[in-house]
Design a protein around this ligand. Structure first.
Ligand code: NAD
Length: 482
C-alpha cells in the first residue's frame, strides 16, 4: 500500500496530522493507496512556502520559467507508460485512453504554456506624440489550482502550467478521488529543478483542504474545474474577498444531427465517441443526441449497432473501449439516474445497468453504455448532468426546434453540430448558447483557442492567452515626455 505525499516547500512530506484517505481502484473496488487527508495546517504551510518563493520566481525571465516547464514535460514524457498505468488504475479509464490522450496531453499542456510565455507581448498605446501608455502583465502572487477526477493529470497540468509560466507560485489540489498522478508529478517537479515552494501540491478533500485553500487571505486567485455545485460554493466563499476566479464546471451538451449530415463510418464513430469516451465522464461529452426526425429511425439503428459493439471491460486490457466508473458513489449515482429515466417514461434501447466483468474485475464499478429515448426535454434526465455512459435520443423537426432544445438547459459548455449545409452551420453556430461549437467534429482541440462555456458551465475562459491573462494583473503605465 502506497502512502502518497504532499509537495510543500520543495519536499515530499506526509500530512502534518498523519490522516489519510483510502484510494480505490475502480476496476476492482479494492483500496490500493492512501492519499493525505490534509487540513488547514498543511495548506498554511504550502502557502507560506509559496509566498516565500514568489519574489524570486516572479523575477526570473520567461525563458528560465519555460526551461523548467519543458524539463518537467520531458520527465512526464519519459515516464509516460508508468503514469498512464497509474492514471488508468486510479480512475478506471481504459489504459489506451490514458496512453493516447491523458498523459500525452499533460506533456503538451506543459510545453504549450512554456512556449506561450516566451511569445507573449503586452500592449502599448501611443496616445499622442508625447504620451505613451504601456501595460505590464504581472504575476498575481500565490494562486490556487483545483482539479477534478475525470481527466486527472490532463486538467491538473492545464491549470498549473499557465499559472507557473506567468510567474505565479502555485498551491494545487488534485481530486482526492484520483490523487496518484499528481503525487507522482510532485516528485518529477523536484527532479525538473523547480525552486522550492514554486509548485506545492496539497492532497485532500474539498471541504477540508480545498475550502482552506480558497479562503486563505494570501491566495490571490482560484482556478477551479469541477461540478457546478462546488463552483457555486467556491464563488460564494471568495466573492467577499474579491479574488480572481475562473470556474470550469458542468455541462449537458447536445450533439445535433441534421438530415443532411455526412454520416460516414468515421463520423458515426465520432458521434458515438462523443457520448461514451471515458465512460461519458468528460465534461465535453454530448449526453443529448438531437436527430432530425426524417432520419431518426435509420440513424438510431446505425447508432445502436455501434454502441452495442463498444467493449466494456478491464481498463488494463487494450481492447476495452470503456472501463469502470470512478467510484462506488458515482456508480450508484449513474445507476440511479438510469432508474430515474425509466420512471420518467424513458425507453432504454441498450445498456441500462451494470456490467459484471469477471476475474480480477469482479468487484469493479462497470456500467453498460446506455441509450434512452422517449423522454421530454424538460425532464431531469434531459436537464441534469449525469456524467456517465448515458445518452438520450431526441427527435426534432426543424432548425428552430433543434435550437430551442439545444439551448434549453441551464448549461452551455460545448456542442457539436453535424450538417453539410454551410449556411446552416454558420447561422446555427452563431445562435447556440455555448462556449464551444464543433461542426462536423468533436473534441478537436487547438490549445490557443478560448476554452469554457456560458450559463452555469463556466465563469471565464481557459486556454492560450486567456489563461495567461487570468494569471496576471494588467498594470497600465502612462508616461508623458518633453
Ligand atoms: P467536484 O466539484 O466534486 O470536485 C472538484 C474539485 O473540487 C476536487 O478537487 C474537490 O476536492 C474540490 N472541492 C470540492 N469541494 C470544495 C470546496 N468546498 N472548496 C474547494 N475545493 C473543493 O467535481 P468532480 O466530481 O471531481 O468532477 C466532476 C465535475 O467536473 C463534473 O461536473 C464535470 O462536468 C466537471 N468538469 C468540468 C470541466 C470543464 O472544463 N468545464 C472539465 C472536467 C470536469
Amino acid at each position: 500500500m502506497t502512502d502518497l505525499p504532499n509537495l510543500i516547500g520543495g519536499r515530499l512530506q506526509p500530512p502534518q496530522a498523519g490522516a489519510y484517505l483510502d484510494v480505490y481502484e475502480p476496476a476492482t473496488g479494492a483500496v490500493f493507496a492512501r492519499c493525505p487527508d490534509s487540513d488547514r495546517a498543511d495548506v498554511d504551510a504550502a502557502i507560506i512556502a509559496a509566498r516565500r518563493a514568489f519574489p524570486d520566481w516572479a523575477a526570473t525571465s520567461a525563458e528560465e520559467r519555460a526551461k523548467v516547464l519543458n524539463r518537467l514535460a520531458d520527465l512526464v514524457e519519459r515516464d509516460l507508460e508508468e503514469l498512464a498505468q497509474l492514471e488508468s488504475r486510479d480512475s478506471g479509464k481504459p489504459i489506451k485512453l490514458a496512453r493516447t490522450l491523458d498523459i500525452p496531453r499533460a506533456v503538451v499542456n506543459l510545453r504549450f504554456f512554456a512556449a506561450a510565455i516566451t511569445q507573449w507581448a503586452s500592449d502599448a498605446h501611443a496616445t499622442d506624440a508625447r504620451t505613451l501608455n504601456y501595460t505590464l502583465r504581472q504575476p498575481l502572487g500565490v494562486v490556487a489550482c483545483i482539479s477534478p477526477w475525470n481527466l486527472p493529470l490532463y486538467l491538473f497540468t492545464w491549470k498549473i502550467a499557465p499559472a507557473l509560466a506567468a510567474g505565479n507560485t502555485v498551491v494545487a489540489k488534485p481530486s482526492e478521488v484520483t490523487p496518484c498522478t499528481a503525487a507522482r508529478l510532485g516528485a518529477l517537479a523536484i527532479e525538473a529543478g523547480f525552486p522550492a515552494g514554486v509548485l506545492n501540491i496539497v492532497q485532500g478533500t474539498g471541504p477540508r483542504a480545498g475550502q482552506a485553500l480558497v479562503e486563505h487571505p494570501h491566495v490571490k486567485a482560484v482556478s477551479f474545474t469541477g461540478s457546478t455545485r462546488t463552483g457555486m460554493a467556491i464563488a460564494t466563499a471568495v466573492a467577499p474577498k474579491f479574488k480572481k476566479l475562473s470556474l470550469e464546471m458542468g455541462g449537458k451538451n447536445p450533439a445535433i444531427v441534421f438530415a443532411d449530415a455526412d454520416l460516414s463510418d468515421a463520423n458515426l464513430d465520432t458521434i458515438v465517441r462523443s457520448g461514451f469516451a471515458n465512460q461519458g465522464e468528460t465534461c465535453l461529452c454530448g449526453s443529448r443526441l438531437l436527430i432530425e426526425r426524417s432520419i431518426y429511425d435509420d440513424f438510431k439503428e446505425c447508432y445502436l449497432e455501434r454502441v452495442r459493439a463498444l467493449r466494456v471491460g478491464d481498463p488494463d486490457n487494450a481492447a476495452s473501449d470503456l472501463g469502470a466508473l470512478v467510484s462506488k458513489a458515482h456508480y450508484d449515482k449513474v445507476l440511479g439516474c438510469i432508474e430515474r429515466a425509466r420512471n420518467e417514461g424513458g425507453q432504454v434501447l441498450c445498456g441500462g445497468g451494470p456490467v459484471h466483468v469477471k476475474d480480477r474485475c469482479a468487484g469493479g464499478w462497470f456500467v453498460a453504455p446506455t441509450v434512452i429515448e422517449g423522454l421530454p426535454c424538460e425532464c431531469a434526465t434531459n436537464q441534469e448532468e449525469i456524467f456517465g455512459p448515458v445518452v438520450t435520443l431526441i427527435p426534432f423537426d426543424d432548425e428552430d426546434e433543434a435550437l430551442a432544445i439545444a439551448n434549453g438547459t441551464d448549461y452551455g459548455l460545448a456542442t457539436s453540430l453535424w450538417t453539410t449545409n454551410l449556411d446552416r452551420a454558420h447561422r446555427f453556430a452563431a445562435q447556440l448558447e455555448f462556449g464551444i461549437v464543433w461542426i462536423n467534429c468533436w473534441l478537436q482541440r487547438d490549445l490557443r483557442t478560448p476554452f469554457g462555456g456560458v450559463k452555469n458551465s463556466s465563469v471565464g475562459r481557459e486556454g492560450g492567452v486567456e489563461a495567461l491573462r487570468f494569471f496576471t494583473e494588467p498594470k497600465n503605465i502612462c508616461i508623458r515626455f518633453r
